[in-house]
Design a protein around this ligand. Structure first.
Ligand code: ATP
Length: 235
């Protein structure tokens, strides 16, 4: 097991967003966290990467308690986080964005990681000197992913990678995520696009108003009546 979240409570001021979330991610898995707007998906990811503090509960990464570990140390330990809305540095070039992603990497390792990212995303290589603001939505999502991969994370947290993308690009981004996983990446994927997320994930958790209400193999949840009704448009 690479990640273990146990009975996690997170509050924003007086508003409690997570009421005892527990979940696990094993090495080599894609685990998806699905749920409606405001269910607490982003809050869960932000708590794991140290951006939101837990009120109580425990987060363990590779057996180490990281519940109170500062965010910059959590990154250095190998948790990469691609936040919702992509958040690339708009005025910087593609290459500069990737350089910032690699701020913890030794220069000798930097070239190797950059070459790998460019090999996975040839479109980023072609646009190396272009400003990030001029990239399409899908390309910006690739850049955000590429930037996180510059640190060769052991665990990748992806927050709504399909948000705002045209259907064809959604398909492409999900293929990339599945391919990253086949090459060994362990991924915790937050998605509103439950159908796509369940199609590439091994296991899934359904979050409703800050609580896990269902979990299991993705293939089982895909056919679960409550999931079909609430998240797959009754399809
Ligand atoms: P979405 O799919 O819309 O991003 P989500 O499942 O990721 O939703 P969160 O963003 O984690 O949900 O939000 C969970 C709850 O916490 C919501 O009720 C939200 O309004 C609240 N919340 C989130 N961020 C803050 C904040 N900075 N201050 C106050 N409340 C917040």
């Amino acid at each position: 097991m690479i990640l273990q979240v146990e009975d996690l409570y997170v509050a924003y001021g007086n508003i409690e967003a997570l009421h005892g979330v527990s979940l696990e991610v094993n090495q080599g898995e894609i685990v998806t966290l699905i749920g409606a707007n405001g269910a607490g998906k982003s809050t869960t990811l932000r708590a794991i990467s140290g951006l939101n503090r837990a009120k109580s509960g425990t987060i363990r990464f590779q057996g180490r308690d990281i519940t109170r570990t500062p965010a910059h140390e959590i990154v250095a330990m190998g948790i990469g986080h691609v936040p919702e809305g992509r958040r690339v540095f708009a005025d910087l070039t593609v290459r500069e964005n990737l350089e910032l992603g690699a701020y913890l990497v030794h220069p000798s390792q930097f070239r190797k990681n950059l070459a790998e990212v460019y090999e996975r995303f040839p479109r980023l290589k072609e646009r190396e000197h272009q400003r990030a603001s001029t990239l399409s939505g899908g390309e910006q999502q690739m850049l955000a992913l590429g930037r996180a991969l510059m640190l060769q994370p052991k665990l990748l947290l992806l927050d709504e990678p399909s948000m705002g993308l045209a259907p064809r690009l959604v398909q492409e981004i999900f293929e990339i995520i599945a391919e990253l996983n086949r090459r060994g990446a362990t991924i915790l994927l937050v998605e509103q696009n439950a159908a796509m997320a369940l199609s590439i994930a091994h296991r899934a958790y359904v979050l409703e108003t800050g609580r896990v209400v269902l979990s299991g193999p993705a293939s089982e949840l895909r056919t679960h009546p409550a999931v079909r009704e609430a998240y797959l448009g009754g399809a």
